[in-house]
Design a protein around this ligand. Structure first.
Ligand SMILES: [Zn+2]
Ligand SMILES: [Zn+2]
Length: 234
């Protein structure tokens, strides 16, 4: 009927041809000659994703884009949670796997280039178990949330993460929620929680799904430019 799907394709085309435009302005343009067009909200969301990825033009560029991977991950989780079950671990993408070789957080710490590739200007932070100092995550694996925080909100007591390989044995149990323990078997300290259906952060924002580290359970080691990481606690 020329209302939703065809308009979506047309907007995608306009976005790919004009880097300056955005989904809403492309829609406005089409409406000038065809006032009844109305892409459904799901399509508009996907157009907005396509736009923020700068319109990848090959399947490979799309598949490798972190925003697209995050979107696929959310969709997998949402479908499972809607059915009342935890997602199959085989369907999940673990943030530190799937590259040429599994990334070793400790090795990464030793490397001289600690800048995050996605945000080269931001220094990387390493999070270690407070009790045994096992590396648990870096800031590259944080899931941004609460970016438009109301002034009145409480500070976040949790770090929200993408699934990481050390969580695998726990997530393989297929539970909807549970505790995350330090992967060092001599330690086993409870370091956080996960809930596929989401969790309310102390700042007031719901994060879905939620994989968290308690800020009180980890030490933050901040990279100092050119000095490199020294082992000491902060
Ligand atoms: Zn530990
Ligand atoms: Zn928060």
């Amino acid at each position: 009927m020329g209302k939703s799907r065809s308009t979506t394709v047309l907007i995608a085309y306009l976005l790919s041809q004009n880097p300056q435009t955005n989904p809403q302005s492309a829609l406005d343009l089409i409406r000038q000659s065809h006032p009844f067009v109305e892409p459904n909200s799901g399509f508009m969301e996907q157009l907005s994703l396509y736009h923020s990825m700068r319109c990848p033009s090959t399947q490979e560029a799309l598949d490798n884009h972190p925003l697209y991977q995050r979107w696929l991950y959310r969709r997998t989780v949402e479908a499972s949670v809607a059915a009342g079950v935890a997602p199959e671990v085989s369907e999940l993408r673990f943030g530190d796997e799937g590259n040429a070789s599994p990334m070793n957080l400790a090795a990464e710490e030793r490397s001289t280039d600690l800048k995050s590739s996605e945000h080269p200007s931001e220094p990387k932070v390493l999070y270690r178990c407070r009790r045994c100092r096992t590396p648990l995550a870096t800031s590259a694996y944080l899931v941004p949330h609460n970016t438009k925080r109301p002034v009145s909100s409480q500070p976040c007591a949790h770090l929200h993460l993408t699934p990481l390989s050390w969580m695998r044995p726990e997530l393989e149990q297929g539970k909807l929620e549970g505790r995350l323990e330090c992967p060092n078997e001599k330690c086993g300290q409870s370091v956080g929680r996960y809930a596929w259906q989401g969790m309310k952060c102390s700042c007031g924002e719901w994060v879905v799904p939620a994989m968290t580290l308690g800020k009180g359970r980890v030490d933050e080691i901040r990279e100092r430019p050119r000095v490199g990481i020294r082992g000491g606690k902060i």
